[in-house]
Design a protein around this ligand. Structure first.
Ligand code: TMP
Length: 217
């Protein structure tokens, strides 16, 4: 059986990742491609419990290194229990955030050394790298306004300053610049359907192989 593909969507809070993952997943399912939707932090029972600790405003005293380690712990569980088995079974894994979120938020946002973050995440990912990482480029201020207008309350990370979120957004662009072949940066400050067209184009290179294999079966 052919190994599946691992596609991640990244971006600041309120950038529209979840909508884009849904649109991409629906399009693939309509073509008969086996899709697994998952997210970080979370995606497993233990990971969802860690997510509650991380995002609860009650954890306001969490120190940056403990925060980074908790995200890595949730990731270790997620990679072992969900992502690797799904890829081995030939599925297309569509993941809302992965390692780059730690590099952007804990690295560029909190100021933890990127090399240190990569080291503590090594046992979590075991070297697993996405086939494609799509970065939705969106203004931090507009992202927070969008969440505000949605009426739900801000979680612990969303409560950070606008300057923090702007650093995260800039960090994503630096990360994408390190390895342009594996990233696709898409302007998300447009109607969802237009953004979706670009997401599909970016995903096509990775998916062609699978779509071709399916049609040839
Ligand atoms: P979301 O799943 O609703 O996007 O929320 C997850 C929050 O956690 C979001 O603010 C980004 C943050 N985060 C990190 O700071 N580091 C990480 O490694 C991950 C996966 C998420």
């Amino acid at each position: 059986m052919m190994r599946g593909k691992f596609i991640v969507i990244e971006g600041i809070d309120g950038s529209g990742k979840t909508t884009q993952l849904q649109l991409l997943g629906d399009k693939l399912k309509a073509r008969g491609v086996p899709v697994l939707h998952t997210r970080e932090p979370g995606g497993t029972r233990v990971g969802e419990t860690i997510r509650e600790i991380l995002l609860s405003p009650a954890s306001s005293d969490l120190v940056p290194r403990a925060e980074a380690l908790l995200y890595a712990a949730a990731r270790a569980q997620h990679v072992a229990q969900v992502i690797r088995p799904a890829l081995a079974a030939g599925q297309i894994v569509l993941c809302d955030r992965f390692l780059d979120s730690s590099l952007a938020y804990q690295g560029f946002g909190r100021g933890i050394d990127i090399n240190l973050l990569e080291r503590i995440n090594e046992p979590a990912t075991g070297g697993l790298v996405p086939d494609l990482t799509i970065v939705l480029k969106f203004c931090a201020e507009d992202g927070l306004d969008r969440i505000n207008k949605s009426g739900r309350s801000f979680d612990r990370i969303e409560r950070e300053t606008r300057a923090f979120h702007a650093k995260v957004g800039d960090g994503y662009l630096v990360l994408a610049g390190r390895d342009p072949g594996r990233y696709s940066v898409i302007d998300a400050n447009r109607p969802a359907e237009q953004v979706h067209q670009d997401v599909m184009t970016a995903a096509e290179g990775v998916l062609n192989e699978i779509l071709t294999a399916d049609s040839g079966a």
